[in-house]
Design a protein around this ligand. Sequence first.
Ligand code: AMP
Ligand code: MG
Length: 328
Amino acid sequence: MAQPIHNERAKKIFEPTEEYISKAAEILKRGGLVAFPTETVYGLGANALDERAVGKIFEAKGRPCDNPLILHISSADEASLYAEVTPGALALMERFWPGPLTIVLRAADIVPLAARGGLETVALRAPANPVALALIRKIQLPLAGPSANKSGRPSPTRAIDVLNDIGDAVDMILDGGETRIGVESTVVDATERPLAILRPGAVTREMLAAAPVEIAEAWTRSPEKARRSPGTRYRHYAPSVELRLWEDDSQGVFGAEGAWCYMGMRKPPEGALRAIIFATPEEYAHGLFSTMRELERCGAKLIIADFPDVPGLGEAIRNRLSRAAGRY
Ligand code: AMP
Ligand code: MG
């Protein structure tokens, strides 16, 4: 019989064998919480149609109850059970699912208001991760799954991050190793035309522009957007020490008082207590949150992060960094 793969402290972490995926499905059907890997970050899963189970997610994360959850489903075929699927949304699902794209649509009544933060809309996504898909297929229910971190913390990209943040509150953590992408899904509002990007992610603006849909202009923050996507209102992704951005060619930000750590794609000036360098935007995104978690323990009270002026995935990285730095 398969055994838990970690030590006593981590006895909630399990290898995602068929046996443990079945156990996880039983827990979910009974109204429990299971953290699961996706290709973006780890999700905190509950049966999205069970209001009490959904309530446990908000409690475990300390998440404001008006911040809606993403419902994870296994394919576009299931979308019409939970939402009014528009032609534009269907085109996106066909092109990008399973994958890191969340689509906001008008909700079907079957989706509890608690799961959608009281909104008339619901967010749907089919994740491109074999463990997540196996779990969803096993339960035959939509899996509500926000990132499995305490609200406001960097998202978890490893099972151990989930354990450290909310280990006491989850019934089980399925360990799928480090997540491939490292930043959360792109969120697109498909309830209006043109479609609006509410959160940038690995399905980039450039990729969406090449799809047969009309996408609104540049991603900007506005009161209207905050109203439509409540998640954008709250402090997010923040490590426990100050994070400052290195935005341009000037090195002014390094004239810092005291010890500092660094992460980014450019080589920083001498003097960092620790410096983590990423070769590509993909590597930066992949390591963004785990590096924040590592550097907050490196002994310095300050992390300086390179603000990468690159297209594509750069938009998602800049978005998470701005928010981690407390810009909004
Ligand atoms: P999280 O899963 O915690 O990483 O965040 C989910 C993101 O999806 C948040 O930014 C939410 O605001 C957004 N979201 C979820 N449901 C909706 C919805 N019905 N309308 C708009 N945004 C949503
Ligand atoms: Mg989150």
